[in-house]
Design a protein around this ligand. Structure first.
Ligand code: ATP
Ligand code: MG
Length: 556
């Protein structure tokens, strides 16, 4: 039997077979609001939200907001809008900070049960006693404080009577556990920071491991899915749950899947923040960023990102996905959706000598050959037109199927033209090409001549009826295929100095109707999206991707 389920779905189906009530299935996506979401998060989002859809289960968006020093409301807002943009909505918006009181109360319970203690050593001293994976750690001299003393000290911490670093609360587990994470992990510390939500109400903040599992339990999350690096944390996750779980309630199950790693880019909010803070890129939504907002501004669609993470799959083994797969997915999607436009970037003038001065003729061209419902548009054909300089050669190599003296090409959607005379400027460069057109060869007219085959078809625009636009083209941001290996301070060694180039171009008049966020296929070039509009400037188009894969070529 062909089983298309991923391993998480298999686990869920087994749980259901073993008696788990399907109504009790519940998922969550738990970002920390310390940066914008990136392409790696798309995988976790799609996984959790699609499971919720498949099993008609509840799903929460939970902000894991336990590090006020790095977190901000602007990140909360961006995360919500990115998840919505992907096409998902959540049942409840939750915050780990909503559970600070409950977590504090449970910590007092741990203290009372001799399962937590206040340690008054410095963080260096604590680190020095941790041992190594082969050697057991050493007990803290404060490990045997009484419950009364611990309670008093922990309350003082909460009341702001302790300096950051003066005391921490640690779970009392096992300093000789082979799992280093079980060696009396710190579960609370004092921070002098205002929290985006609780402001100054709390100065003791729970650590991630203590917070995460208990938050899953409070929300009755049945399956808590996280990335593989949390596998060693599972033992601790379970220990923490053991301390509070009520056997009549759902006990969340942590399961780990492999991170999505993408070649030539980084998927770490901390490193992305470095690019933003050091102005290496122009903000979180710079089209070179692998953030959801950057990809959106680059022209990626929600469908293309979803089909990409589906193609990458959900598995238990780490791997690196090639950027060319991401580009393949967006090309496929845009090919179906985008209207075509003609844009000439580096023009050369063509004069059609057998047309009257001032000739203007409206041609009907099809918007998208992949989608007849996209209809047609008008393009104006005039005595002088522009084609790309590279589409003409006065000294053509063999198999040059574009325009050259004595040869014919078709102007797309228009007529067949023949080059007769080349006009050079003083420096000897081609200034203009005089051509004649075949009036009977009009595209789509049904005449014999309209069906005449010529080797090349070129895109063009009228030289008098066009608009100026600005084009931004992007190349890889990093020259190294795995920039994630480098600490941010060394990024300067591997950044591509030419990751963005800006140029102007001429577009057909129809383009003036474009709006921010509209995507087009510029014929023979690629896909482009209109950026934010500015009345004083040309319209700006960001290049999403070229028509063909050029990673293979670049890799050489
Ligand atoms: P970062 O290192 O970028 O900050 P993170 O894991 O700390 O990533 P969180 O905000 O904690 O970021 O992530 C929210 C969820 O997204 C977690 O469940 C995490 O496992 C998942 N996630 C993060 N990065 C990836 C990735 N590259 N591939 C798949 N899932 C990811
Ligand atoms: Mg994290």
């Amino acid at each position: 039997m062909n089983d298309s389920r991923n391993f998480i779905e298999i686990i869920i189906d087994q749980d259901l077979q073993n008696g788990l009530d399907p109504d009790k299935l519940c998922f969550r996506f738990p970002p920390e609001p310390n940066g914008f979401l990136h392409v790696g998060h798309v995988k976790a989002i799609v996984l959790n939200f699609e499971l919720a859809k498949k099993y008609s289960a509840k799903i929460n968006l939970r902000f894991d907001d336990t590090n006020p020093e790095n977190e901000d409301q602007k990140y909360i807002d961006a995360i919500k809008s990115d998840v919505n943009w992907l096409g998902y909505s959540w049942d409840e918006e939750r915050y780990a900070s909503d559970y600070f009181q409950q977590l504090y109360d449970w910590s007092l319970k741990l203290i009372n049960e001799d399962k937590a203690y206040v340690d008054s050593q410095t963080s260096e001293e604590i680190a020095n006693q941790k041992g190594t994976p082969k050697e057991p750690g050493k007990n803290s001299p404060f490990r045997n404080r009484t419950a009364e003393e611990n309670t008093m000290l922990f309350k003082q911490m909460k009341e702001g009577k302790a300096e950051p670093g003066q005391h921490v609360l640690r779970a009392k587990i096992d300093m000789s556990s082979p799992n280093m994470l079980m060696r009396d992990p710190v579960i609370y510390r004092v921070l002098n920071a205002s929290h985006p939500r609780t402001k100054s109400d709390w100065v003791v903040f729970p650590m991630y491991d203590w917070t995460h599992g208990e938050s899953d339990y409070i929300e009755q999350i049945s399956h808590s899915l996280c990335t593989l690096e949390f596998k060693p944390h599972r033992e601790l996750y379970d220990w923490f749950l053991d301390q509070v779980v009520d056997k009549d309630k759902i006990r969340p199950k942590q399961r780990e899947f492999a991170r999505l790693n993408l070649s030539h880019t980084i998927t770490s909010k901390r490193k992305l923040l470095y690019l933003v803070e050091n102005n290496i890129v122009d903000g979180w939504d710079d089209p070179r960023m692998p953030t959801i907002s950057g990809l959106r501004r680059r022209g990626y669609t929600p469908e293309s990102l979803k089909s990409f993470v589906r193609a990458a799959g959900v598995a238990k083994r780490e791997n690196v996905i090639e950027m060319s797969l991401l580009e393949f997915c967006v090309r496929e999607d845009l090919n179906k959706k985008c209207n075509r436009m003609m844009v000439v970037q580096n023009p050369i003038k063509i004069t059609i000598t057998n047309l009257e001065e001032g000739h203007e003729e409206m041609l009907i061209v099809e918007n998208n050959p992949e989608d007849p419902s996209a209809g047609n548009r008008e393009m104006v054909f005039t005595k002088t037109v522009l084609i790309e300089r590279e589409d003409f050669s006065d000294n053509p190599p063999k198999k040059f199927f574009r325009l050259s003296p004595g040869n014919e090409v078709r102007l797309k959607g228009a007529y067949i033209i023949k080059a007769n005379k080349v006009i050079y400027n003083k420096e000897g460069f081609v200034d203009e090409v005089e051509c004649t057109y075949d009036p009977k060869s009009k595209s789509g007219s049904g005449s014999e001549e309209s069906k005449r085959k010529v080797k090349g078809t070129l895109h063009w625009v009228s030289s008098t009826k066009n608009i100026h636009i600005t084009i931004r083209e992007y190349d890889r941001l990093f020259e190294h295929p795995s920039p994630g290996q480098f600490p941010p301070e060394e990024f300067y060694k591997i950044l591509n100095p030419n990751s963005m180039s800006v140029s102007t171009a001429r577009a057909e008049l129809e383009m003036s109707k474009a709006k921010t966020g509209d995507s087009f296929q510029f014929q023979r070039k690629g896909y482009y999206i209109m950026d934010k509009a500015s009345p004083s400037q040309n319209m700006i188009f960001n290049k999403t991707v070229s028509l063909r894969d050029n990673w293979k070529k670049q890799a050489k």
